[in-house]
Design a protein around this ligand. Structure first.
Ligand code: GRF
Length: 199
């Protein structure tokens, strides 16, 4: 299966996928990595692995719709079976969702529907919850609202800071991403009434 991975940051989730896909039994390869900004470590990882990269920065386009069209075109050019947002910090638009809405997944560093948005671990700590975690889900038009594929729980410790909790979540998040992307591409899936089933 062909994976296109979208990133905005350090790309540790991407790196975990690259390691997993090195084994042919995994059933997928990363055929391209896209980003919404230059100068991020994830793009260097991809380039070092010989994978084509592209950058579509919102501010390079006159309108958000133009950006959405460009991103959709670049991703489509790589004919992905699955598109993975791995710390991609932009909400895609209608054109992208029309093209890939049935196979665009995102990993979030909180147990949805609690703590959507870009500060999951910080918001979880501030709320005082005793468990946190990561959620893998299919992206829909909302913010972190789509059908859930998998969730992994990690404890919140009394002496946690935003950094320590974020790191604990990321370890679980990477393992979950690698595990479930593999299952999705090898086994397929159905979605009915928001319920994602992997046969
Ligand atoms: C992930 O924890 C994701 O949930 C959050 O940003 C992080 C991406 O990290 N939105 P990386 O770029 O894969 O290291």
């Amino acid at each position: 299966a062909r994976l296109v991975v979208l990133i905005s940051g350090s790309g540790s989730n991407l790196q975990a996928l690259l390691e997993a896909t090195a084994d042919p039994a995994y059933g997928a390869t990363v055929v391209a990595v896209g980003a919404d900004r230059d100068g991020i470590a994830g793009l260097d990882h991809a380039a070092a692995a010989g994978i084509p990269t592209f950058v579509d920065s919102v501010k390079a386009y006159a309108t958000r719709d133009d950006w959405d069209a460009a991103l959709t075109g670049h991703v489509a050019g790589h004919r992905p079976d699955l598109v993975i947002s791995a710390g991609f910090l932009k909400l895609v638009g209608k054109q992208f969702l029309d093209a890939f809405g049935d196979r665009y997944i995102n990993t979030h560093n909180a147990l949805l529907p609690a703590f959507p948005g870009i500060h999951g671990p910080r918001d979880a700590l501030a709320y005082g919850v005793k468990v946190a975690g990561a959620t893998l889900f299919f992206v829909d038009a909302g913010v972190d609202t789509g059908p859930i594929i998998a969730q992994t729980v990690v404890p919140v410790l009394d002496d946690d800071t935003e950094d320590t909790l974020t790191e604990r979540i990321k370890v679980a998040e990477r393992a979950q991403l690698v595990d479930f992307v593999g299952r999705l591409v090898r086994e397929g899936w159905t979605i009915e009434d928001r319920k994602v089933r992997i046969p």
